[in-house]
Design a protein around this ligand. Structure first.
Ligand code: UDP
Length: 496
């Protein structure tokens, strides 16, 4: 059986967006750590982002390959070099980006037909609907990985089937039906697929939903103990093959792997670690709104001023590049950085942060996050209480998981989702006073604060155990591999 397992070959086709590519690369490592061969489909500029992390794994003996395809950005009407959703010039280019991504099908299939050993399975990321046809053509199973947790997937499905959100006004709370907990949301907080604001992406979304429903199984980046009732519910909805194999970020074991995750870090991480070393244990707020936050300058200033008003040490990660120019100008004019550095209280990271490395530093005491699923899970794995500041997609649903189901978080109180490309229409997303009071609450020394911290620590222990030999995610990865081996065997028998 062992000899056979070492010939199992997974081909991963990620959506080129940081929030999808990063966990896919982690997933590649995790699978390879279980002794199978993994190939990741990439494009030249995306490879640069994660190659050093993979090189590290390959040196340690893991069988991971990066297979490059040219990304047809120009042919699809985008500027040269646009290979990832975080480098799109504007929201208007999303459709072109998906057109380019679908043009990868032909070169992918050419490459695929020559792969050795013969691939056993395709793991397809979100929005790569064409992989359904490729998998059929090559008679291999296609497993779907969309990067959401079971709680948000279940809520989404319950809303899609009940349509309760369609008969209420924007800010009128409604209860999501059929859940083990009473979860209230408003229409204004829902992801675009449930609350279509602009019709331009309806086509893409429909294809995506159709592709999802014909997969041969689903991999979820979560661990069963985190959201057990919702894993069960999601399995019922999907009728079986759901493998919870996370947290995938735990595949990065050494400090250098943790620091090399995602993109090139925009500072010498030692500088930040040294600053953290000087802070009291559990005292620092780490604030980051993910990889594609497009909030306007005035919306972000509220966050900065709220962090400052909290009178606690903090790390604030600002998206670097063109979009942050105005904010950086404000920081300079207001002498914000000098002010907070002078008091020894703040550290700004302008660009990419080594997030999972910093979250596990003992001085960090809370995580202020936009509740992207990866960040949510990384916060859980670090044993930190969470300050929730959702912006779009399924982030408001993840907020409910953190604050109401897990009981490890406090909400800043964002009322409505912002739409990418139309952020200025949202007014102030959060007020500095609300940021400050959420931080005060999270560090509260009373019963509730202690309870949140205790629960967060317990969850981190469970996350660690899940991936250890015999843990739930460890066993689910083995079950997935066995399932794929079984399917390969059946397909060989059927064709012979
Ligand atoms: N991330 C990081 N450094 C940054 C910003 C983000 O390492 O400066 C990573 C973060 O650890 C997470 C991913 O990027 O793994 C972001 O995914 P998430 O689902 O949280 O949010 P998205 O960026 O997709 O909105």
């Amino acid at each position: 059986m062992a000899a056979q397992k070492s010939q199992v070959h997974f081909v991963l086709v990620p959506l080129m967006s940081p929030g999808h590519l990063i966990p896919m690369v982690d997933l590649a490592k995790l699978l390879a750590q279980h002794g199978v061969i993994v190939s990741i489909i990439s494009t030249p500029l995306n490879t640069i982002r994660f190659k050093s992390g993979i090189d590290h794994s390959v040196k340690s003996g893991l069988q991971i390959r990066i297979l490059e395809l040219e990304f047809p950005a120009v042919q699809a009407g985008m500027p040269k070099g646009c290979e990832n959703m975080d480098s799109l010039p504007s929201r208007d280019s999303i459709k072109d980006f998906f057109v380019a991504a679908s043009m990868l099908q032909k070169p992918f299939e050419l490459l695929f037909s020559d792969l050795k050993p013969k691939p056993s399975c395709i793991i397809s990321g979100k929005n790569m609907a064409w992989t359904v046809d490729s998998a059929r053509k090559f008679r291999v199973p296609r497993i779907f990985f969309d990067g959401m947790g079971c709680f948000s997937s279940t809520c989404t499905q319950k809303l899609q089937s009940s349509k309760v959100h369609e008969v209420v006004s924007n800010f009128q709370p409604f209860v999501v039906p059929g859940l083990p907990h009473r979860i209230e949301l408003t229409k204004s907080q829902l992801p675009e697929n449930l609350n279509p604001g602009s019709p331009d992406l309806v086509d893409v979304r429909n294809k995506m939903v159709a592709a999802e429903s014909i997969s041969d199984g689903i991999i979820v980046n979560t661990f069963e103990e985190l959201e057990l009732e919702y894993v069960e519910e999601f399995k019922k909805i999907k009728g079986g093959k759901v493998w919870c194999i996370g947290p995938v970020s735990a595949s990065n074991k050494s400090e250098s792997e943790k620091a090399a995750r995602g993109k090139t870090v925009s500072l010498d991480e030692n500088q930040c670690l040294k600053w953290l070393d000087l802070q009291q244990p559990n005292s620092v707020v780490y604030a980051s709104l993910g990889s594609i936050c497009g909030l306007t300058c005035s919306q972000l200033i509220e966050l900065g001023l709220g962090l400052e008003a909290s009178n606690r040490p903090f790390i604030w990660v600002l998206r670097g590049g063109e979009k942050s120019k105005e904010l950086e100008k404000w920081i300079e004019e207001e002498r914000f950085e000098e002010r907070i550095k002078g008091k020894g209280r703040g550290f700004l990271i302008k660009g990419w942060s080594p997030q999972i490395l910093l979250l596990c530093h003992p001085s960090v005491g809370a995580f202020l996050t936009h509740c992207g699923w990866n960040s949510t899970l990384e916060g859980c794995c670090s044993g930190l209480p969470i300050i929730t500041c959702p912006l779009f997609a399924e982030q408001f649903i993840n907020e409910k998981l953190i604050t109401e189901v897990l009981g490890t978080g406090v909400s800043v109180g964002v009322k409505a989702a912002v739409t990418w490309g139309m952020e200025e229409k949202s007014g102030l997303v959060m007020q500095r006073g609300d940021v400050k009071s959420a931080i005060d609450k999270i560090f509260d020394k009373g019963v509730q604060g202690e309870d949140r911290r205790r629960k967060a620590k317990e969850i981190a222990k469970m996350a660690k155990r899940a991936l250890e030999e015999g843990g739930s995610s460890y066993l689910n990865i083995e079950a997935l591999i066995q399932d794929i081996m079984q399917q390969s065997l059946s397909s060989v028998e059927a064709t012979s």
